[in-house]
Design a protein around this ligand. Structure first.
Ligand SMILES: Cc1cc2nc3c(=O)[nH]c(=O)nc-3n(C[C@H](O)[C@H](O)[C@H](O)COP(=O)(O)O)c2cc1C
Length: 209
């Protein structure tokens, strides 16, 4: 697959995980792709915690569903009915989970390029996640990003030190298929906007959300 094909095929996966195994060399390639991401000042502020234990995953799944209920409680009318139909994770069904963290102290204090924009460290971690996502897609695997959690809870669950931020819980594994249309679009939650709506020329022109 060329890069545009992989970008086009990538989906956030919740319901299509088969739970089948992943070859060690495939997992190694996917993690190497993540680790090859650009990072501010070459800080490489990411770590990847591989979570296979069913007990840990079941515990996290319970927490995620408490947070799902909390979000749902703030919805009314059509939004509530639509959200009700949307599956937000494949924690139990996927083969394994990869928790990606951000260590702001790595390479510090003189992180080249981060003195004015502290978030540049976090941006770097997101690029590692995107590399992982695209490499997994190229390998025929699915990835699902779960963010319905409290950082403090996840720190406690996995023994992550206080100064390190968990950035993503990623469900990873073989899938029955990758849908052509994103789940949220298929369920009528929200659609991809036309490109023209987000491209500006010379100056930023405020537009409707
Ligand atoms: C930072 C981030 C957090 C996300 N959190 C969740 C989540 O908790 N549950 C979920 O089902 N999808 C989550 N997603 C997936 C998005 O819903 C998805 O990317 C979007 O609907 C577009 O679909 P696509 O990725 O299949 O193109 C997350 C995506 C990102 C980038």
């Amino acid at each position: 697959m060329d890069v545009y094909e992989v970008i086009g095929r990538r989906r956030d996966v919740r319901a299509e995980f088969t739970g089948a195994g992943i070859d060690d060399d495939v997992l190694q390639r996917v993690l190497s792709a993540a680790h090859a991401a650009p990072s501010v000042g070459m800080s490489q502020p990411w770590d990847f915690v591989l979570v296979r234990d069913p007990g840990t995953r079941a515990e996290f799944h319970r927490h995620v569903h408490t947070e799902r209920a909390r979000f749902a409680a703030g919805l009314t009318g059509e939004r509530a009915t639509t959200f009700d139909r949307i599956k937000i994770d494949g924690i139990l069904e996927s083969t394994l989970s990869v928790v990606v963290t951000y260590d702001p102290e790595r390479g510090s204090p003189a992180v080249l390029g981060r003195h004015a924009i502290a978030d540049a460290g976090l941006y770097s971690v997101c690029l590692a996640i995107q590399n992982l996502w695209l490499a997994a897609t190229a390998e025929g695997l699915g990835v699902g990003w779960v963010s319905f959690y409290r950082e403090e809870y996840l720190r406690d669950l996995l023994g992550i030190p206080a100064h390190i931020r968990p950035v993503a819980w990623l469900c990873l594994g073989p899938v029955e298929r990758l849908h052509e249309v994103p789940d949220l679009e298929r369920h009528g939650w929200r659609s991809r906007m036309p490109l023209e709506q987000v491209v500006h020329h010379e100056r930023y022109t405020p537009r409707d959300a």
